[in-house]
Design a binder for this molecule. Structure first.
Ligand code: NAG
Ligand code: NAG
Length: 467
């Protein structure tokens, strides 16, 4: 149908595609007496003893099922942070239908219009809602102010802005035209719906998982804002759009992938499964390393947020020559760290503990130890090449790592030896390396289509060689 086709192409081509300027959201300092600190203190005060109600939302309708649950504050189990409910099968199916029904129109909206919604959401979180989002992340997930700031403010805002920018800029990548015909790439959203399973530990990731696919697949703005404003524990029982996406432990991810595969025969499209799991961040210390950097970098990485980050350092490889010094300094710092402060307002603590953390760690069947535990392997200084090999082969994970050395040749050598051991975004058991926030991430949620339009009639069926 040519007229329809032309309409389509016009809309697409007349749309101005200038580069979109966005910057990283600044990370605020929260010094005593600062404006941001006062606002945060007020927001924390407002949440004292409060329980936020979080219904399921299907289409535009808020629904409560009978299966009511509570999210408890990790450092005060008598504080019910939120009340939510589990959706049942029927409700989930309804949500999928609502989402698929809305998709068609949404997909035809210019990307710039869709992106605008995300820019606006980012501005709202950066401005009027910032203190509230931070306070909820601190109380709901047990984060210190700086951990909440880098997650719920900086990273979430960056995700929204950069992904929207990248979606707009992708449209500039168009195929070449050839004689007598015009070629156009349409960056369509995926056909179907996306199901996102958010982790308990990151507001930014919850927001990104549910949000970014929506730039392409379907409008869920209320949902995104809402989820960005609550703690992420509730996301799992809320419907989202299109196929399957996950961020959690490797055991859960494998189970979901198998379940998806089992139903392969009934899908209209091949499902895309994207997952990011844990890591076992390694710190490789060469004899040429600067000891203070090793110590401070490792303390922060291993122990902030109680070691509950995918990037938490869990193994450290130290040359015997530096070990006495490093050990002494690690112990000195550890003695000064304030952990497990239960008052939500305290700004002095470095990390917080979860009340049931020890039990969770000792009961866990997960290969990943998810807590403030750092193992140290001391090696004979001259054997560092063997150690690089050992690091590459010790863990099934490949997410993050650090090389501490002041010797350029060693850094290059280690970089090559560990090339497959750490792409942030995940490889091996750490996930499907999607690079959230990078220019290629939005492509995961698209199904690009090329249109060729011929302007010259085709009059001859014979090829020239036929004479
Ligand atoms: C824990 O939460 C309960 C319920 O909101 C509250 O009454 C109590 O003061 C809190 N305890 C502490 C130590 O903050
Ligand atoms: C969140 O927690 C899970 C464990 O439940 C862990 O595997 C994952 O790496 C964590 N995510 C991040 C971004 O730290």
């Amino acid at each position: 149908n040519t007229s329809l086709l032309v309409l389509f192409l016009c809309r697409f081509k007349t749309f101005p595609c200038a580069a979109v300027e966005v910057k990283n959201e600044p990370i605020l300092g929260f010094r005593e007496g600062s404006k941001e600190r006062l606002e945060l203190e007020k927001a924390l005060q407002n949440l004292k003893g409060k329980t936020e109600e979080i219904p399921c939302v299907v289409g535009n309708e808020e629904v409560w099922t009978k299966d009511i649950r509570y999210r408890l504050s990790p450092f005060n189990h008598s504080h019910k942070v939120s009340k939510f409910c589990y959706a049942d099968k029927e409700l989930i199916n309804k949500a999928i239908e609502a989402s698929v029904a809305a998709r068609r129109e949404w997909d035809l909206k210019p990307v710039a219009d869709r992106a605008q919604i995300f820019f606006k959401a980012a501005d709202t979180i950066s401005g009027p809602k910032r203190a509230d989002v931070l306070a909820k992340t601190m109380i709901g997930q047990g984060k210190t102010v700086v951990q909440a700031e880098i997650d719920a403010a900086a990273e979430l805002i960056d995700f929204f802005r950069f992904n929207a920018k990248h979606a707009m800029e992708l449209e500039q990548q168009q195929p070449l035209d050839s004689d007598g015909s015009t070629n156009t790439m349409l960056y369509r959203g995926l056909e179907g719906f996306v199901a996102a399973v958010a982790p308990f530990n990151f507001t930014a990731i919850g927001g990104n998982l549910a949000g970014t696919p929506a730039i392409m697949v379907r409008c869920q703005v209320l949902f995104i804002l809402y989820s960005a404003l609550c703690n992420t524990g509730c996301l799992i029982n809320r419907k989202i759009t299109m196929l399957m996406l996950h961020k959690s432990s490797i055991i859960t991810f494998k189970r979901l992938w198998k379940q998806v595969a089992q139903n392969l025969d009934i899908y209209r499209n091949f499902p895309r499964v994207a997952g990011e799991c844990g890591g076992k961040n390694f710190h490789f210390v060469h004899k040429s390393a600067e000891v203070r950097s090793v110590v401070t970098g490792s303390i922060r990485s291993a122990f902030e947020y109680g070691g509950q980050k995918c990037s938490a350092c869990s193994r450290m490889y130290v040359p015997d020559s530096l070990w006495p010094q490093i050990k002494q300094q690690l112990l000195d710092v550890l003695r000064q760290i304030k952990v497990g402060d239960v008052s939500a307002e305290s700004f002095a603590s470095f990390s917080r503990s979860r009340l049931n953390a020890y039990q969770r760690l000792t009961d866990s069947k997960d290969p990943e130890i998810f807590g403030p535990i750092l193992t140290i392997y001391v090696y004979p200084e001259k054997d560092y090449k063997k150690v690089l090999h050992l690091i590459d082969n010790t863990s099934p994970y490949a997410l993050t790592g650090a090389i501490f050395s002041q010797d350029k040749a060693v850094i290059d050598e280690a970089g090559k030896a560990l090339r497959n051991a750490q792409p942030f975004g995940g490889a091996r058991a750490s996930g499907t390396n999607n690079k959230p926030g990078g220019p290629h991430y939005v492509l995961r949620w698209m199904s690009p289509q090329v249109f060729k339009q011929t302007h010259v009639p085709l009059t001859e069926w014979k090829y020239p060689y036929m004479g």
